[in-house]
Ligand binder design. Structure first.
Ligand SMILES: [Zn+2]
Length: 292
């Protein structure tokens, strides 16, 4: 009886805690503090940036994978802020969870721009939910619209081979998706990351002039924006994980033994630790235990 009572009490406690938590809406648009026209559009656990200028809107990632109406819902959110035309849609990279859903933007007249690897990756896949870019670039491209300048910068391989950094120089803001998680341990995004190149990439990102980073998934805690400290922390985490798995890999312990033995106790309190650890181990085992 005592055990049953304890369980019931725990469930009651859990339910009351749940009842007092404000329910987060599926879709939310937030203006970035201290800017004239920079917004974050969030759909579930994904988010993207859009910029409203006097001559039109620059939107980024439709974030509509598995959300057939997500692209149009994004446009509806933009329409609550402005009736100016949506001139551009920029993809951060080719992964479907960020790039899918662009058709509504294309139909609204937006020109879709991405790094050249996005087209190389997506064209053979012919995903019915993902529209190919109208224009691609390599290196750097600057978009000027109204009074806004947005730089699109390719700094080499990182989370994927198509990820770019979007920088608003006046606002000292960057929008960077997936490569630098904010306040969380990297997870399934590790699966196809370029580990050594990402370390170089993060150093190059740190060398750019910016103060705040909008991530592609809400930062922890509370959906916060990232800082250079977050970038330094992720760089350190990756370097420590890499060094640890280098030992295990070169000792012939990849994959099975290394995946069991690998821990990063320093990060055990970070959100995503338990979930992220196997992905980190597997990716670095591929590097140090396989050579890829
Ligand atoms: Zn990605």
């Amino acid at each position: 009886m005592r055990i049953i009572f304890t369980c019931a009490a725990m469930i009651a406690l859990a339910l009351s805690a749940f009842a007092h938590q404000p329910q987060r809406p599926q879709i939310q648009t937030t203006k970035v503090d201290g800017t004239d026209g920079v917004y974050i559009f969030r759909n579930g656990g994904h988010q993207s940036m859009f910029v409203v200028t006097r001559d039109g809107v620059i939107a980024t990632d439709p974030i509509a994978y598995g959300r057939p109406t997500g692209g149009q819902q994004y446009i509806d959110e933009i329409r609550k802020v402005t009736d100016k035309p949506i001139k551009y849609l920029i993809y951060s990279h080719h992964h479907f969870d960020h790039a899918a859903g662009g058709k509504a933007f294309k139909d609204a007249g937006a020109r879709i721009i991405a790094h050249k690897k996005v087209t190389e990756r997506l064209a053979p896949l012919a995903d019915p939910h993902t529209v190919l870019p109208d224009e691609t670039f390599d290196g750097k491209k600057v978009i000027t619209l109204g009074d806004i300048t947005l730089e699109l910068i390719y700094l080499g391989l990182n989370h994927s081979d198509s990820n770019i950094v979007m920088r608003l120089p006046k606002e000292k803001l960057i929008f960077l998706v997936d490569t630098i998680p904010v306040g969380t341990v990297p997870g399934r995004g590790m699966i196809d990351i370029y580990p050594l190149e990402t370390e170089t990439f993060i150093k190059d990102v740190l060398a750019l002039d910016w103060e705040r980073m909008i991530p592609g998934h809400p930062g922890q805690p509370g959906g916060r924006l990232g800082t250079k400290k977050d970038a330094q922390d992720i760089l350190a985490l990756m370097q420590e994980a890499s060094a640890e798995l280098k030992k295990l890999g070169q000792d012939g312990k990849c994959w099975d033994t290394a995946e069991k033995e690998f821990k990063l106790p320093k990060y055990a309190n970070w959100p995503g630790y338990e979930n992220g650890l196997p992905f980190i181990a597997r990716r670095y085992c591929a590097l140090w235990g396989r050579g890829t």
